[in-house]
Design a binder for this molecule. Sequence first.
Ligand code: NAD
Length: 471
Amino acid sequence: MDFHADYVMTIDGKAVPGEATMDVVNPATGEPFATAPDCSKAQLDAAVAAAKTAFKTWRRTPIAERQAMVAKAGDLLLVHADEMARLFTREQGRPVEAAKQEIQGAGMWMKAVAQMTPPVHVSEDSATQFIETRYVPLGVVCAIAPWNFPVNLAMWKVAPALVAGNTMVLKPSPYTPLCTLKIGQLFADVFPPGVFNVISGGDDLGPMMTSHSGFAKISFTGSTATGKRVMESAAKDLKRVTLELGGNDAAIVLPDVDLDAVAQKIFFGAFFNSAQICVATKRLYVHEDVYDGLRDRLAAIAGAVKMGDGAEQGTVLGPIQNKRQYDRVMDLLEDAKANHLTLIQGAAIPDNGGYFVPVTIVDNPPEDSRVVQEEAFGPILPMLKFSDIDDVIDRANASDYGLAGAVWSADTDKAVAIARRMETGTVWVNQNLNLRPDTPFAGHKQSGAGIENGMEGLLEYMSPQVVYLAR
Ligand code: NAD
């Protein structure tokens, strides 16, 4: 397969070009380098119809066969990770080695999910009756993915949905469609026609999908604002929804930490992927006794880390993925400057039309400043001082978001006690960004609705069915 040309959709197992096309831009240059199909309403209808027809057979295919095919699809990602990584870097911006890790990680993830089997519960097995609850698939799943981890976050949906016996129409972000389109073609050799369809398109396609009556469920990852629109649209015919949305994650650093041991970890927990991670540290609360020491260490790392085109050797951080997000992040930076906040900026950035924003640490801004209150989703990290534990927990929890958080301390009992008081679905102690296929991931408050991953995530693609048998 040529990963650098011929981007087509996969509908009913066939390669389908767009009736129209859209440009795909390399964020490291700001220049278009490829075109992707812009799916029409008729093509969406065809994909949903194919998935509906395929569902009839797929739901009755033994789960062991479905699991084997999902595992095989995962293997294909492992086999092609090297070639696909260069395409990933061109469309997404992340350096090639880290791009490859995402693709390999997605392959491993699929293989792990392929080992999961939904439970069967027997409530009664007596002389008079037998009562059994098992789980059945829902139908056609509409999967909508974002641009920050385009392969991984899409496969988080594909694997459980298909293992559960659903069929799917997947739509990548208009900013990062290409790897996903190629995955559609790769997987056409694995799944029966219609089981897994991939379409791409512009801003109109998402709402066209979420309002389409052919879908039984929507699995969405993206911003909280869009997630609310998705839920509204799903209400019309009570489609099931899983929403994985934004976050403004707080990390709390206690005074007993070994600064030299934690500084790198805290830095990359905030800035990996140029901070375009839903669960990145976005507010860093540091005890006043170690504040200056940690700030100086983070500043030194920021000064040494190369930001540039991910295709170049030695690049550690790439650009912001798209112009719209770049403008948002720059607006936040301008606001910080206009309010005379103290900014510590990292290494120089390329001046070439790419969407680069230098690593920026905001030195103890007021709690109510925009950089603290808003999800930056770009390399601007507010660092804030605290002296009292109860106060800092209140500040960390004072957010409409509740995705993840972290606590750093040499006293793990104390740290775990603080972690348990954080109002988030995931909390890390002395680590961060660690997620697993067998462990539930669920945003609290406005960071989401429903669960991905773990058995709980698999069951979100199913409904219980109870059979009562009289004896
Ligand atoms: P976005 O909401 O702009 O777009 C996400 C997807 O939704 C894209 O495919 C887009 O085309 C589609 N879309 C846009 N409008 C739509 C509509 N009205 N109806 C249906 N679909 C529509 O999000 P983004 O900018 O791509 O991603 C960044 C955001 O995603 C951040 O807020 C980040 O925190 C969040 N995110 C969350 C998680 C998580 O698991 N909780 C993971 C990654 C990113």
